[in-house]
Design a protein around this ligand. Structure first.
Ligand code: F0G
Length: 366
């Protein structure tokens, strides 16, 4: 027999879980890898850092099928593309979109072209695109150049663009907000997340609003987005020609959803702020060591941002005087194993010892 994803309840994917909120019909062929339904993890150590009885939860999007939140949007975008008879997908990427597009194209049995900034993609993500059989083109340029080329190629209608300029991507990514409300029983008070091309902050805000208008929640969160200091066009309100940051996923100088992100931030009375590479790497390490959650640097921007909002007088949004027992959700967007390069310098060389209990005891200081 042929199983459908809806029969396998645990791994039915975001389309089957939230059909009524998505533009799919019974005849849409659903291309799913069982994405979504990611854990919302209560974090006692992070909650303690905030204090005042506040509760901090991490939405761990790194456990999606290709290790990032992109899979939520990709299942919808690729399902709709198949419904329209697509033969090939195309995307520009800082790495995660290409990994996800390549996987869902493989699943759908169509081809996938990915345009990447040469030398700027984290090892794990590049490896994924190869493994899933995408056709990969590296350009001597940055992500913004790659997206410009993709927009032009997409105009010819030979390819379906699966970047977040495709509204089906944003629609699918809204489901993360639905899941959070479903678990907490209402929207959180604050939602913190990293911002690159600004599709995800746009999607979360749309998701929270959809749910509220359907009486699934009574409130809306304050949205607080974080860009890397060297790649912060929205924060500085100007295009950054040569964006630079260790968090390669958000190394973007001219975000496609700039306006929508600004609107989400304004409507929710939130803020856009910046975090430095040092703060990002420190937060990445802190989260792994204190909460057991290992994320890639771009994801750690949300955690670095939380620390800034708690500790710094320079923060664009202070969490120092928020109401007691506020609920804060931080989205971590991608798995730490995707980007080993970022932490490799911190990995100490291991000198082998003799294979005896005595030598092992001595080497751990007993
Ligand atoms: N975190 C990770 C791990 C990402 O890969 C991205 C974006 C973001 C955050 C930012 O999300 O663009 O919706 O604001 N990665 C894209 C890519 C650009 O090509 O994989 P955004």
């Amino acid at each position: 027999m042929e199983w459908t994803t809806s029969e396998l309840r645990q791994s039915r994917g975001v389309v089957e879980s939230y059909r009524e909120f998505l533009q799919v019909s019974p005849s849409t062929p659903i291309v799913s890898l069982g994405e979504g339904n990611t854990p919302l993890i209560y974090c006692p150590q992070l909650s303690k850092r905030v204090g005042r009885g506040c509760e901090v939860f991490v939405k761990n999007e790194g456990v999606n099928p290709t290790g990032s939140f992109k899979d939520r949007g990709m299942t919808v975008a690729v399902s709709k593309a198949m419904e329209r008879g697509a033969n090939a997908l195309i995307c520009a990427s800082t790495g995660n979109t290409s990994a996800s597009a390549a996987a869902y194209a493989a699943r759908a049995g169509i081809s996938c072209i990915v345009i990447l900034p040469a030398g700027k993609i984290a090892t794990g993500k590049l490896l994924q695109a190869f493994a899933y059989g995408a056709k990969i083109v590296a350009i001597d340029g940055n992500f913004d150049d790659a997206l410009r080329i993709v927009r032009e190629l997409g105009d010819s209608h030979e390819f379906v663009i699966v970047n977040s300029i495709n509204p089906d991507r944003i629609a699918g990514q809204k489901t993360a907000a639905f899941e959070i409300v479903d678990v907490l029983g209402d929207a959180p008070n604050f939602h913190l997340l990293p911002v690159g091309n600004a599709g995800n902050v746009t999607a979360y805000w749309a998701g929270y609003r959809d749910y509220k208008s359907h009486q699934r929640s009574t409130t809306l969160p304050t949205m607080i987005g974080f860009q890397a200091a060297g790649a912060a066009p929205i924060f500085y309100n100007r295009i950054v020609e040569k964006p630079e940051t260790i968090a390669s996923a958000i190394r973007i100088g001219n975000p496609a959803s700039w306006k929508q992100a600004r609107a989400a931030i304004a409507e929710s009375r939130g803020a856009i702020d910046i975090v430095t590479d040092e703060e990002i790497l420190a937060a990445q390490s802190w989260l792994a060591k204190h909460e057991g959650i290992f994320v890639e640097p771009a994801s750690a921007a949300a955690i670095a941002g939380l620390f800034k909002c708690c500790d710094s007088n320079e923060a664009a949004y202070s969490l120092q005087n928020i109401p007691e027992a506020s609920r804060i959700v931080c989205t971590v967007t991608g798995h730490g194993l995707k980007d080993p390069d970022a932490i490799t310098p911190g990995v100490k060389e291991l000198k082998p010892v003799a294979p005896t209990v005595g030598d092992v005891r001595r080497s751990i200081g007993l």
